[in-house]
Design a binder for this molecule. Sequence first.
Ligand SMILES: NC(=O)c1ccc[n+]([C@@H]2O[C@H](COP(=O)([O-])OP(=O)(O)OC[C@H]3O[C@@H](n4cnc5c(N)ncnc54)[C@H](O)[C@@H]3O)[C@@H](O)[C@H]2O)c1
Ligand SMILES: N[C@@H](CCC=O)C(=O)O
Length: 340
Amino acid sequence: ALMGNVVVWKPAEKSAYSNAVLMELFEEAGLPPGVINLVHGSGELVSDVAMAHRDFAGLSFTGSAAVFQTLWKKAGNNIETYRSFPRIVGETGGKNAVVAHPSANDDAVRVALIRGAYEYQGQKCSAASRAYIPQSMWDRIKDDLVDTVESLPVGDIASHETFVGAVIDEAALRKLEQAINEAKALESHELLAGGTVDDSKGWFVRPTMFRTTDPYAFTMEQEFFGPLLTIYVYEDDDWEDMLGLVDTSTNYALTLSVFAQDQVAISQALDRLRNAAGMTYINDKPTGALMGQVAFGGGRASGTNDKTGSKLALQRWISGRFIRENYSPDTDWRYEYMAE
Ligand SMILES: NC(=O)c1ccc[n+]([C@@H]2O[C@H](COP(=O)([O-])OP(=O)(O)OC[C@H]3O[C@@H](n4cnc5c(N)ncnc54)[C@H](O)[C@@H]3O)[C@@H](O)[C@H]2O)c1
Ligand SMILES: N[C@@H](CCC=O)C(=O)O
């Protein structure tokens, strides 16, 4: 809309109310009717209609990679209907890693794991859900980390004491419950904290932490969008090989945290993990991006890396136009070098 387009805005069903309030604010602020058209409902039904329209010119999607793939196919199937080739921008999921070098500060890593993985009950695209910790650090932080995760206050978000609230709906709880049970059954996984759900009043999943000996386990690859963190402990000398695991264990590439005090290690990680994340944080957790300040967006399965929320993305929604005016038009079709 900022770049002059008319928009159909379809929020997620579970966030209908907050988006309706925002729409009222836009209208009160003077947004002309028809510029942004808020439509609630099933994503499938709304996109069936909107994306079959000949004037459909672009899609800016935030959600899961799987749904984004279906929408891209829908645009492809309708391509002959459109007046112009549509622009397609996607901000999708993440399997975000916290990577610690042996030189990293123990406390900083511990805080990043706790806040990164469990704040907002891990229901952030940017939440930490896999971590790579050197053996020497693990020996020092393990007990305290496990105790802290076990003691995180879970409950009503209206209370200031609460750190972890309920997940958004029953489907999210069941998906997490299934993943936790599958991981518990694997020999390669040791349950360190949490591992239970409580659906008696609300959809609560205890902050859960596994240690795995399999760097390619499903818990290191898939997004679960909840308070589930899996840790892979590597030998201190294997830093460079471990970076290869970070790059290849998943196809997501949204956010990444590198913790080190050794500047050479930071450079190595930035080089090796160039394409493993759209946003890399050094000595900071992988969440908490501020729109307008962080150019937010990921590549690979995490999206089209158009950096929605930054001015880079705005260029996707303009249609460049070139105009040339000649003040001295040629009047003879022949060039000067041509014979008379
Ligand atoms: N990269 C980012 O900026 C970012 C930010 C927040 C969330 N996310 C991701 O979003 C996901 C969680 O959000 P969600 O559960 O709302 O995702 P979702 O993909 O289930 O839903 C997103 C939107 O797609 C619509 N939709 C669902 N199924 C559809 C279908 N078959 N056809 C067309 N539209 C459909 C929904 O109605 C909703 O509006 C996670 O993967 C998370 O990582 C990404
Ligand atoms: N602003 C969020 C990311 C948005 C996706 O959920 C963060 O970085 O914590």
